[in-house]
Design a protein around this ligand. Structure first.
Ligand code: SF4
Length: 258
């Protein structure tokens, strides 16, 4: 099902408050990215993001958010209707924008699910999460006027100033099992990844192993991924980091609810 309803373009970053969570999609598929790629999973995609990556693969949670409000019990009921799934991916948008995401994660833990949260790492919340999949956004994600999907660059400065929050990142790394998953657009991203990892190692007590660092090719269609994946695989070999596919794109291209 996707549950969705339109909201006005350009509204506040957090959609108008109602009971529960603003849900853009809720569906059953295979985890496409990261160390659990291939695992059957229910995806709960919240709407709203505090960043605006030009390449966002969930445009209708960030640039033009659409959603319907669901209460936490209704979300859990819907998750449980997919009886083969033992794994739930809470994603967005930025799911940790919403306080109610903590309650959802507590309910999912109580129901026995393994949970992954897909986050940009800018907001720390205390919640029961089995795997924090942190995707810090690099300078190459910034929606300059040339890259902005709306063509005006109005989010460029705010995105650039907000995309790395060291206090939140270090707190998340110290509190959770994690993977650091970088969207790589090209070789030019590598010095920034190296510098950020170095800073995180020096400013936190977290043990960041090379295989905790995942390089993922940028691209939301099979055609785009084909252009970047060969280079990103070579970069993973060169730097000793892990390559992650976008399995759902390989399998289903850019179809919704995959
Ligand atoms: S942080 Fe994620 S959801 Fe937000 S704009 Fe970037 S890619 Fe989209």
């Amino acid at each position: 099902m996707p549950v969705s309803s339109s909201v006005d373009e350009g509204q506040a970053e957090v959609p108008d408050e109602q009971e529960g969570l603003p849900i853009n999609e809720l569906f059953y598929s295979l985890q496409g990215e990261g160390t659990l790629a291939g695992v059957p999973s229910v995806f709960v995609r919240t709407s709203g993001c505090n960043l605006r990556c030009w390449f966002c693969d969930s445009y209708h949670t960030s640039w033009e958010p659409t959603h319907a409000w669901m209460t936490i019990p209704d979300i859990v009921d819907e998750v449980q209707s997919f009886d083969k799934a033992e794994h739930v991916v809470v994603t967005g948008g930025e799911p940790m924008m919403h306080e109610e995401t903590v309650e959802l994660l507590e309910e999912l833990e109580g129901a026995g699910y393994h949970t992954t949260v897909e986050t940009n790492g800018t907001i720390m919340r205390d919640a029961p999460v089995d795997l924090m999949s942190i995707s810090p956004k690099l300078a190459s994600s910034t929606p300059t006027k040339e890259k902005d999907p709306k063509g005006n660059g109005e989010w460029s400065q705010q995105h650039e100033e907000s995309r790395i929050q060291m206090d939140s990142l270090t707190a998340i790394l110290e509190a959770y099992e994690f993977q650091l998953k970088f969207v790589v657009t090209g070789r030019d991203d590598m010095p920034e990844i190296e510098q950020l990892v170095e800073r995180l190692r020096s400013q936190s007590t977290a043990n960041i192993n090379p295989t905790d660092i995942l390089l993922m090719p940028e691209g939301v269609t099979q055609e785009q991924i084909t252009e970047t994946r060969g280079l990103v695989a070579e970069l993973a070999k060169e730097y000793g980091y892990r390559y992650t596919p976008r399995l759902h794109v390989n399998l289903w291209n850019d179809a919704p609810e995959t």
